[in-house]
Design a protein around this ligand. Sequence first.
Ligand SMILES: Nc1ncnc2c1ncn2[C@@H]1O[C@H](COP(=O)(O)OP(=O)(O)O)[C@@H](O)[C@H]1O
Ligand SMILES: [Mg+2]
Length: 262
Amino acid sequence: MAADAGVIRFQRTSKRYHTPARGEVWALRDMDLVCEAGGLTCVVGPSGCGKTTLLRLAAGLEPTTDGRVAIDGRTVTAPPPGIGLVSQEGSLLPWRRVIDNVALGLEIQKVGRTERRTRAREAIRRVHLPPAVERSLPHELSGGMRQRVALARALCPGPRILLMDEPFAAVDEPTRHRLQDELVRLWQADGQTILFVTHNVEEAVYLADRLIVMTFSRTVADLPVPLARPRDRLDRVFVDTLLAVRRTFAEHVNGLSCDTTS
Ligand SMILES: Nc1ncnc2c1ncn2[C@@H]1O[C@H](COP(=O)(O)OP(=O)(O)O)[C@@H](O)[C@H]1O
Ligand SMILES: [Mg+2]
C-alpha cells in the first residue's frame, strides 16, 4: 500500500512470554504507535520495559501474541525487506573481516562479489571509518569503531527503515555524541524511517523529532521535539526541553522497578 510506504505501525501490539522462572511476562501490552515515514522516532524507557521486544517484533524476528505490527502497510510475519537492524553490541560475526561483515546483507541478497565490495566500501566511508579498517577483524577495533561497522552493515543494502536498539549505549560519551551526530547526518541525507530505542533521555532528546516515553510494557507520553538541527546540548532551549522530558520520565518511571530480571 503506497500510502503506508516507510511507515511502522504497531496496533494494540502485545507480546507475552511464558517463562519457567517468572511465569507469564508481558514484554509489551496493547502498544499503539505509528512511526511516520522519514521520521526519527525515539522510544525512551528503563531497562526491561520492552524496547528490544518492540524492535524484534517490527523486525519480524518474533511473532506478536496479540495485535499486529505492519510495515509498508503489510502485517509483519517474517523479516520484511528493506529493514536494517543495529543492536547494542553490534552483533558482528567475529571471524569475518569488517568488509565481509558490512557486505553480509548483500550476500544474503545474492548480490555479486564485486558489487558487494564496492557498496560495502562506500558504506564504510559513509560512517567515517578509515579504509584500511576493512581488513580488520571485529576484536581488533574499539567499541565505537565496531558500532560504526554495525551501522555500515545496516546501511549497506540501502534500507528504507532502520531499527536501532541502544546502538551507542556501550561507548564513552564523546564517542556517543559523535555517533549521534553521524546518525543524524546520514538520516538527513537518506531520509529513512528510524525507530531508535534507548534508556538515555539526553540521547533521545538530541536525536528525536518525536519522542515516546515508555514504561511497564506501554507508552506513557508522546512528545514532539521541534528543536532546530544541528542541536546544541548546551543551548538553553535544548536544556529546557531535556528537563521537561526528565520531569515526565520521573513522573512515570522513577521509583518503579521495571526490570524485574535484575
Ligand atoms: N525471550 C524472552 N523470554 C522471556 N522473557 C523475555 C524474553 N525477552 C524479553 N523478556 C522479558 O520481557 C521484558 C521486556 O524485555 P526487553 O524487551 O528486553 O526490555 P528492554 O529492551 O526495554 O530492556 C523483560 O521483563 C524481559 O525479561
Ligand atoms: Mg533492550
